[in-house]
Design a protein around this ligand. Sequence first.
Ligand SMILES: Cc1cc2nc3c(=O)[nH]c(=O)nc-3n(C[C@H](O)[C@H](O)[C@H](O)COP(=O)(O)OP(=O)(O)OC[C@H]3O[C@@H](n4cnc5c(N)ncnc54)[C@H](O)[C@@H]3O)c2cc1C
Length: 428
Amino acid sequence: METQIQVQTQKVRGNGIKIIIGGGGFGGITCARLLARKARKYKLNAEIILADRNNYHLYYPNLYEVATSEEEFVSIGALKKSIALPYAEILPKGAAFMQGEISEISPENKTVKIGGAQLNFDYLVLAFGSVTDYCGIKGLQEHALVLKSIPDALRIRNRAEFAVQAASQDFKKKLLRIIIGGGGFSGVELAGEMLNLIQILSWKYNYPREKIELLIIEGSNQLLPGMPLHISEWVCGRLKKLGAQIRLENFVAEADRSSVFLNTGEKINYDLLVWTGGVRSADIPFDKAMPSDKKGRLLESAASFCVQGCDFIFAIGDDAHVPDLHNVPVPQTATQAIYEAEYIAEAVMRKARAKQVPPFRPRAFGYIIPVKGKWAVLHLPSGLTWYGFLSWVARRFADLRYFSKLLPFGKAVRMAWFDTELYVKNDE
Ligand SMILES: Cc1cc2nc3c(=O)[nH]c(=O)nc-3n(C[C@H](O)[C@H](O)[C@H](O)COP(=O)(O)OP(=O)(O)OC[C@H]3O[C@@H](n4cnc5c(N)ncnc54)[C@H](O)[C@@H]3O)c2cc1C
């Protein structure tokens, strides 16, 4: 991919430092923003470069809406605008952007290759995010759709529409089945929105709603594994009431182009298969093997939070193995990535000024899980749980809070408001 420096980089003079941030997702953009601000505050001569293969920052939490929108109501352009924020608009003063694929990292030489160009650095922050984990299941990668990017989301939406359109012409077809493999956060949110889409497509193609089945297959004994059981039961009850089928303690052992085979040996035909069963760290192109866990997340040195063996390289978010207070890796979420980025920005600035870096303190965050329409579950670390419309409103405020960190407040309000309008239009 061609590399283009879109913003003029500032040259480091004298004994300044050069910091490269690989990946401009939740962790990367937060780190860039705070590093630029702290460099100004400490009057540090720092060149900060954020590199990403895309020229926009993707707001994943709204990707389900793109995957389940209906073209009659919302244009693709409007949808893209609602979740893709161009770096040219959100990059902080004092940081530069470089578009390109990071293809090689040499800790020994302190260099990275971005597109064709080789750049040296003093500090490197890795925030490449994650990729879908197919868990070694035969046939899954070839036949299942996933939800990790705008093209993925549009593929799901188009394939769902095509499946209903085709079924409406096939008078012999008894049932159209959409399977979502994995009943974690992604599977549950997607299922909720997919129920909307099914309703709309059934109306649009005059195809009986009762002939469309949405089936969630989850390997553990509850939806949203890891969440308190009562939340899982509420969500399960809501999805069932809205017409979803749910199979717990069943996992997909194999898939081909029209069926999945469960661990029980049962074969289930499908028209559309979406895999939301897990993620693993994106491949990080080090020129030598680095210590990582089984999900590919880089191991951090406990004392300084840098990647083991390199006290000038840091990993954030989905790329980092960060143990919580019970020594269990923290979940791969945007809130965790932002929290770690806040710490790392301060750590880099302290290292650069030869100051001591305080230890990282893991923190638990709450969750807001929307499940179709203006309904969500809000669960706080204190154990407090709310269901319903107010939790959905809280989610819209969380969106606004995030946008307002990146955009001028007025624009952030317009963006959050515009999204809400757009997505609500899509709700039947
Ligand atoms: C559909 C969906 C919904 C989600 N909803 C929520 C939610 O509601 N709340 C929540 O807390 N979390 C949510 N998450 C999880 C959350 O999005 C991730 O945990 C978070 O994005 C991780 O942040 P990150 O900075 O590690 O990586 P990302 O935000 O994924 O950013 C990685 C960046 O690196 C770039 N990149 C990758 N490889 C390269 C390379 N080789 N060269 C150059 N650039 C590269 C990518 O283009 C991307 O911009 C959701 C995830 C998905 C998929």
